[in-house]
Design a protein around this ligand. Sequence first.
Ligand SMILES: [Fe+2]
Length: 468
Amino acid sequence: MAKMGTSSREAAAIVVMLGFVLSLAVVCNGGKTSSFVRKEKSGVMPLDSDVFKVPPGYNAPQQVHITQGDQLGKAVIVSWVTVEEPGSNTVLYWSAYSKKQKSEGKVTTYKFYNYTSGYIHHTTIRNLKFNTKYYYVVGIGHTERQFWFITPPEVGPDVPYTFGLIGDLGQSFDSNKTLTHYELNPQKGQAVLFVGDLCYADTHPNHDNVWWDTWGRFTERSVAYQPWIWTVGNHEIDFAPELGETKPFKPYTHRYHVPYKASGSTAPFWYSIKRASAYIIVLSSYSAYGKYTPQYFWLEQELRKVNRSETPWLIVLMHAPWYNSYNFHYLEGETMRVMYEPWFVKYKVDVVFAGHVHAYERSERMSNVAYNIVNGICIPVKDQSAPVYITIGDGGNTEVLATNMTEPQPAYSAYREASFGHATFDIKNRTHAYYGWHRNQDGYAVTADSMWFFNRYYHPVDDSTSAQ
Ligand SMILES: [Fe+2]
């Protein structure tokens, strides 16, 4: 009896011990929660700020911005706004190796409650040469303004390329710092992957669309010279039945065009592009994504189309993160995760960038695809076929930082910090990419969090930054 008592005590001790070890493994083995604390407070930049200045001259083009205009990077959509009169829709463009050419576009306007937009021009320039610097002029016939951009290299598996990552930018003093840090980052981003929430006009009374115009002028210094790849966020919805405005995304779709038809999409909220060695899929957290919806059908086909021997890097952009250990916006991405995560694992997505949460977080490679409603298996597990999830909704916004985190830090969360900043994803070749997150309080070259990404198709070995 005594012997049995001892062994049962031992067994009980082992069970307790095991439980303790397991709980450590599941709960306490999280990554790093940064101890960095921001000191200053920010606010929306006033309307008379220099960054919002209207360019001088009669009917001068303002809010000039470009984005990729086709699937391969041989076309560019040039957009701008004129105020006094419609003026010309022509873009004049040339390179050092070609004579001047012209491309014609279209002009549109819209009304939102008591606001009437300026004349919004969109002109697509096609058949450009890869890897070439082009100059372009808009405002022909009135005040002309000249800009330039460099087309990407031809799509191919070992083409190096550096993407910038910005989310939830807004137009606060912090937003201005974020953009400046991106511009002065020696890593030199060649195109921005923007993960939604542009100007936050909807946070002003009556969604005052004047703030769409100021944001267009504020960001021109970057986006007139390199494409920003757009993702929609909740602040682009502008659904305001109390103002008689019931068409979602009205200001956004008038102002920001994307090449969605080129990837077989039926709406500008989900689409894909290829750029250098990357295949970039943009999803909409705020359009239907359940089974049988247009976005679902499109993504199902789209993932099959990705040819990793042409574009080794598979990147997905969305606004609401699937994995988020802050209390703010907790679980808002959950229903989309349930729908699409098995596909992301199956097709070995390298990285998912999201915004929405005004803070920074990077996950380990893990998945949570075993769960169904009856088995109760709902803890994310390490998975080398799964993407790294990065939340980079810390552009500056006009709200506040999300500082409130769930505790303890979950095992899958590698690094989290409530600071404003931006990141770069620097593809070296088909196997390696260097990722770095920059907080605004550091020097331009400093990475506060970084990781060497190993490509999931060509080099699928563990690239976790946590202690092994
Ligand atoms: Fe958001």
